[in-house]
Design a protein around this ligand. Structure first.
Ligand code: AHM
Ligand code: MG
Length: 334
């Protein structure tokens, strides 16, 4: 039974047995993500000091090269995940191809693959707006003893064993699921520990926030245009209110707490949508469903889509169940 104020470390240990392959490896994996997230958080918090400590590409006063934060985050997560003899492969939004990791005995005994968007929404960093990390974890499907292969990464979202995000916001939070609901932990920066602050998170069934980049309105499919108009119509409980940060993690997080819908539809500019199925949509869809929400490409469940390539894009509609179903109805009928 989870308790508020429990640390993430305590929570992981206490809930380890609820996971069906409970050998402790998944717990160690989540632990390493928690650790890398703290290191990245520390760096993200210094982003405003760029004029003082040097911009990307510069060499700082200690003679170290300054990296772009998304590259830094990518390196940190990869380093942390590589060392623990658990992960056999990593695919990152920042890397063209997946990375193969061998076990210490060099016999390819590691069982898990991780897909990660190390710093999502990174265009928001320069202006001190929240960004996030998104991760998704699967068990490999190829046999132990062989190097990881592309099939291990191109699994449907419904095969995920865990997924989560870190939001570097007014507070830093780690929110994750292993398929038994969604729990959110807030970092106390003074102590460096995450505490269970949001147990059993749930999307309200309905909401009144819609989050979409309306700058693309003219290029949207008719169903989305009509849904947006429906949100704006002055009838009964409506109009809804619009909130769009442009950081998926933050928009999603707010909508999960307050009730709302996030949409990144296809458009003439982005004919397949913008967001990546494997690094962004599947993990957020898993969290949404575990929190009583819904995620769709407008017609189909996101987690049932068969991926065909690592960096595949997909239209994404996600949030409170009734709102997503309403948007799907507009898509079907237009
Ligand atoms: P990124 O992976 O290049 O950071 O892009 C993903 C981000 C999402 O976080 C956000 O919701 C979306 O792109 C915003 O895109 P736009 O500026 O087109 O509205
Ligand atoms: Mg991204």
């Amino acid at each position: 039974m989870s308790k508020r104020n429990q640390t993430l470390g305590e929570f992981i240990i206490e809930n380890q047995n609820s996971f069906k392959y409970s050998s402790g490896e998944l717990s160690k994996l989540i632990n390493s993500i928690r650790l890398a997230a703290k290191v990245v958080n520390h760096e993200v918090n210094k982003a405003g000091l760029v004029d003082i400590i040097g911009a990307a590409g510069d060499t700082n006063i200690q003679g170290e090269d300054q990296q772009k934060l998304d590259v830094y985050a990518n390196d940190k997560f990869i380093q942390t995940l590589t060392k623990r003899n658990i992960v056999c492969g990593i695919a990152s939004e920042e890397e063209d191809d997946f990375i193969t990791i061998n076990s210490q005995d060099e016999n390819h005994q590691n069982k898990y693959v991780v897909l990660i968007d190390p710093l999502d929404g990174s265009s928001n960093i320069d202006v001190n707006v929240s960004v996030g990390t998104i991760f998704s974890i699967y068990r490999r499907v190829t046999p132990l003893g062989t190097p990881v292969s592309i099939e291990d990464f191109l699994q449907k979202g419904n095969k995920q064993v865990a997924a989560g995000y870190v939001v570097y916001g007014t507070s830093t939070m780690l929110v994750y699921t292993t398929g038994h609901g969604v729990n959110g932990f807030t970092l106390n920066p003074a102590i460096g520990s995450y505490y269970l602050s949001h147990p059993d998170m749930q999307f309200p069934e309905d909401g009144n926030i819609y989050s979409v980049n309306e700058g693309n309105y003219l290029d949207f499919p008719l169903g989305i245009k009509k849904y947006i108009k429906y949100c704006q119509e002055d009838e009964g409980e409506r109009p809804y209110t619009s909130r769009y940060i442009g950081s998926l993690v933050s928009d999603f997080h707010r909508n999960m707490i307050k009730g709302g819908i996030y949409m990144y539809p296809k458009s003439t500019k982005n004919p397949k949508g913008k967001l990546r199925l494997l690094y962004e949509c599947n993990p957020m869809a898993f969290i949404a469903e575990q929190a009583n929400g819904k995620a769709s490409d407008g017609f189909n469940r996101i987690m049932d889509i068969e991926p065909t390539e690592l960096h595949e894009r997909v239209p994404f509609i996600c949030g409170s169940k009734n709102m997503v179903e309403k948007a799907e109805e507009f898509m079907r009928n237009n």
